[in-house]
Design a protein around this ligand. Structure first.
Ligand code: GUN
Length: 284
């Protein structure tokens, strides 16, 4: 048996086409485009690629996107002032500050400074709390995209055992909340987990989001499991690898996401969805 491939690129294209229709309808009604502002502080090469892709995707879907690039030595106060300006700007529907931030800046302070109703990342405590208590306003883009991928292949989630490896605020924790809300039983693993293979082997749905290349090998996967690889790691030879050892796991899993072309494109598509939802909410 070999796993079904979950095509994140194709699903992202479909999602982006749906956003483009909503964006055109919004522009007609509002007399302006829905708008996302992305802030990048510093010159992290991976972040530069991510933000460029986010801005390009917005423009392709008919949204307005502004990229603000600030020098690595930008002070926290200067960044907070910029965010205040964007909070007050009625043409801005979404604000995204690319993480990680340079060490002189407290990312918690920055995230909490973004108006919760423009926090299209869903990272603000108000949005994280709303997700936890069952009335989400913005679902964080990566786990939201994973849910859409699971839906796309009609993965049974109610009653399934979902094991998530990696407990970050960006992916692992909100992933757990979304799967829990959909009726899964959750195991959320972290770097202190004692016997990781014993955990992952129980998974009907296995989500790897740790940033360690090829951590998940065939012997860690239950035959037939749905395996979602959130990792994007640059290897010494310049190639990209996920957190899952794709070639060895593919014959064991029931379905699997590739890297690249899996979760990554869906993260961007869901950012557009969140920005569109924010704009539409602002209009009514
Ligand atoms: N860095 C890595 N992933 C993300 C993301 O989804 N949003 C932001 N703002 N920064 C990130």
């Amino acid at each position: 048996m070999t796993a079904q491939l979950i095509d994140g690129l194709a699903l992202a294209q479909k999602t982006r086409a749906q956003v483009a229709q909503r964006a055109a309808a919004f522009e007609q009604k509002a007399g302006r485009k829905a708008g996302l502002t992305v802030i990048l502080v510093g010159e992290n090469p991976a972040s530069q690629v991510y933000v460029r892709n986010k801005v390009k995707a917005c423009e392709a879907a008919g949204l307005k996107s502004e990229l603000i690039v600030l020098p690595a030595e930008t002070s926290q106060a200067a960044l907070l002032t910029k965010i205040d300006q964007l909070n007050a700007d009625t043409s801005v529907d979404g604000i995204l500050v690319q993480l990680p931030l340079p060490p002189q800046i407290d990312s918690h302070r920055v995230i909490e400074a973004i108006a919760a109703d423009k926090d299209v990342d869903g990272f603000h405590v108000a949005n994280a709390g709303a997700l936890m208590t069952g009335a989400p306003q913005f679902r964080p883009c990566t786990p939201y995209g994973v849910m859409k991928m699971l839906e796309s292949i009609e993965t049974p989630i109610r009653g399934a055992h979902a094991v998530i490896v990696g407990a970050s605020n960006i992916v692992g924790k909100p992933m757990a909340m979304l799967l829990l809300a959909a009726g899964a039983t959750i195991t959320l693993c972290n770097s202190k987990t004692r016997d990781l293979p014993a955990m992952t082997r129980q998974a009907d749905i296995l989500v790897a989001a740790v940033g360690r290349p090829k951590l998940i090998t065939a012997s860690m996967v239950k035959p037939g499991a749905v395996v979602i690889d959130v990792g994007i790691n640059r290897l010494d030879d310049g190639k990209l690898a996920g957190d899952v050892d794709f070639e060895s796991v593919k014959p064991v899993a029931g379905a699997i996401t590739p890297v690249p072309g899996g979760v990554g494109p869906m993260t961007i598509a869901m950012l557009l969805v969140n920005t569109m939802e924010s704009a539409e909410r602002r209009l009514v």
